[in-house]
Design a protein around this ligand. Structure first.
Ligand SMILES: Cc1cc2nc3c(=O)[nH]c(=O)nc-3n(C[C@H](O)[C@H](O)[C@H](O)COP(=O)(O)OP(=O)(O)OC[C@H]3O[C@@H](n4cnc5c(N)ncnc54)[C@H](O)[C@@H]3O)c2cc1C
Length: 492
């Protein structure tokens, strides 16, 4: 890296992180970002005095015990205040029966036994499993040294067993009808999440390694942008890259959509994987594994595809930060039947004025549904309005008079995400091809066959989502370049 110039495509968390570490190690970088602001998927937007957060539920590295903490310190985001919620999610039905998924395992076990004394053994298995997984930090495994992996091998060994069972399968084992109904969706309202993933999240919350920034996700991204600019980096917004220029098997620069060409020693893409490999590079540099990965995109309804955001003149301070609410009569929204709503709740500042609040409702959906409607823009707009209307109607069963209190409404679809972040069909990396642990350690496409001076970072390079994964991806690339140049790596 030393003294090299580099062009970075994309000012998401991966691009900004790459830029910071490159600057710290003597590089001279410029980020070209197609949007007008940093963050990519890590974003938020304002409507009528409310801020709608579009990203962070849980951040790895929120607490000092996490291995990611040092990275946020290096990137200038560690000073932001974090919340460590006592309740991961509250599940409720119309009868107001409640299951609080406490992040403290002692309390959770006691609470679950009160709800379902008949399921004592299953509850103990679950809470003991979470405790076991809290002996290490799953999301930070790439940061463990080999001898440390040996130390945690016994606890790590329980993970594959839990990865084989989904939350829905585990829920079916409860004798208690309420837990049987709600437990399957406790990870962000999603169905069929591997228990190992859910339990690793709960373990992280239990340990206070996972938390939630008190600020919105765009402010989080801006903190890293500030660090990057402070290190002498440059970002050019509204600058979509249209082509990566290659000469003699080496990346030599980029061409922007305005036709201008820019040269550098290295080109690093932190942008969408499919667009980078098949459009910006014309699909010329590709392995069979990479082709197979992109030929098998995630199909069916995707979680978080629709986000209905509401700004409400209502006091939400007595509510949990996350609510999973089950209804008796399902509603059709965006072509799918819904018997539950997963709601994130924010009370007062910084996302709303005192006495007001923000409700974020994420729904699964398909890209095709919205792309079909968008052939007639009026239909697309109408479908968005209908989705918001139905969500408000469902919420009113839990929050009486809500309709009159709604002051701002926004609906984002997969087309919105695709337009603003360039991610294929508004999707995120859809999980590793093959072994989870192997891809977690090795990534999918950190470089491409036959192409020198070119690298990829971010969720597509790693085939793993996560703000922390994106940040680590940039750090690792610069570490690698320093190693290759036989120079010490500087992180601060
Ligand atoms: C609803 C939602 C909730 C999430 N919740 C969490 C959470 O709680 N915790 C967590 O850790 N992670 C969460 N994530 C995942 C996390 O946001 C992503 O994994 C991470 O932000 C990916 O960062 P990235 O930099 O790799 O990619 P991106 O954020 O996709 O950034 C890519 C950037 O490249 C730019 N770009 C694309 N094409 C071009 C081009 N041709 N020219 C110039 N610029 C271009 C884009 O505009 C964008 O800024 C969530 C994601 C979503 C959508």
């Amino acid at each position: 890296m030393p003294k090299k110039t580099a062009i970075i495509i994309g000012a998401g968390i991966a691009g900004l992180s790459t830029g910071c570490y490159a600057q710290l190690n003597g590089g001279n970088t410029c980020i070209f970002e197609m949007h007008e602001r940093p963050g990519g998927l890590c974003t938020a937007w304002s409507r009528k005095g409310y801020t709608f957060d579009g990203c962070i539920h849980h951040l790895a590295g929120a607490g000092p015990a996490s291995r990611y903490r040092a990275i946020w310190e290096e990137l200038g985001a560690a000073d932001l205040e974090m919340d460590f919620h006592e309740i991961f999610v509250r599940c409720e039905d119309l009868s107001r029966q409640q299951f609080n998924v406490y992040t403290d395992m002692e309390r959770l076990g006691g609470h679950m036994r009160e709800i379902a004394p008949e399921d004592g053994r299953l509850i103990d298995q679950f809470t003991a499993g979470v405790r076991r997984l809290s002996n290490f930090e799953l999301l930070a495994l790439p940061l463990y040294r080999p001898f440390e992996i040996i130390k945690i091998a016994r606890d790590l060994a329980v993970l594959p067993r839990w990865m084989k069972i989904s939350t829905a399968d585990f829920a079916a084992r409860f004798k208690n009808a309420f837990l049987r109904r709600v437990f399957g969706y406790i990870q962000y309202g999603m169905a069929e999440v591997p228990m190992g993933v859910h339990m690793a999240f709960l373990a992280g919350c239990h340990n206070r390694m996972l938390g939630t920034p008190r600020v919105d996700s765009l402010t989080f991204a801006r903190a890293i942008e500030k660090r990057y600019l402070g290190l002498g980096g440059e970002v050019r917004y509204r600058s979509p890259v249209e082509r990566i220029l290659v000469k003699g098997g080496r990346a030599v620069g980029v061409r922007l959509s305005d036709g201008s060409e820019h040269r550098a020693d290295l080109v690093i893409s932190a942008a969408d994987g499919s667009a980078t490999i098949f459009e910006l590079l014309g699909g010329k540099y590709c392995s069979n594994l990479i082709k197979a990965y992109y030929n098998n995109p995630a199909t069916g309804p995707q979680p978080f595809a629709i986000q209905v955001s509401l700004g409400v003149a209502r006091e939400l301070s007595g509510e949990p930060s996350s609510l999973l609410y089950f209804m008796d009569n399902p509603e059709q929204i965006a072509g799918l039947e819904r018997d539950r709503l997963s709601v994130k709740l924010y009370s007062g500042p910084p996302l709303a004025l005192p006495g007001r609040g923000v409700m974020i409702i994420s729904l699964d959906s398909t890209y095709e549904y919205w792309a079909g409607l968008n052939r007639e823009p009026a239909l697309y707009r109408e479908a968005k309005a209908t989705a918001a209307e139905k969500v408000i109607g469902m919420l009113e069963q839990r929050f009486p008079d809500l309709r009159e209190q709604v002051e701002a409404i926004d609906v984002a679809t997969p087309l919105t995400t695709e337009r603003i972040t360039g991610n294929y069909h508004g999707l995120q990396a859809w999980g590793p091809p093959g072994s989870f642990l192997k891809v977690m350690m090795g990534g999918l496409s950190r470089s491409l066959p036959g192409l020198r001076n070119f690298y990829m970072v971010g969720h597509w390079a790693e085939a793993m989502i996560g703000i922390s994964t994106a940040a680590l991806s940039g750090r690792r690339l610069i570490q690698r370049l320093c190693r290759e140049a036989r120079r010490p790596f500087r992180s601060s």
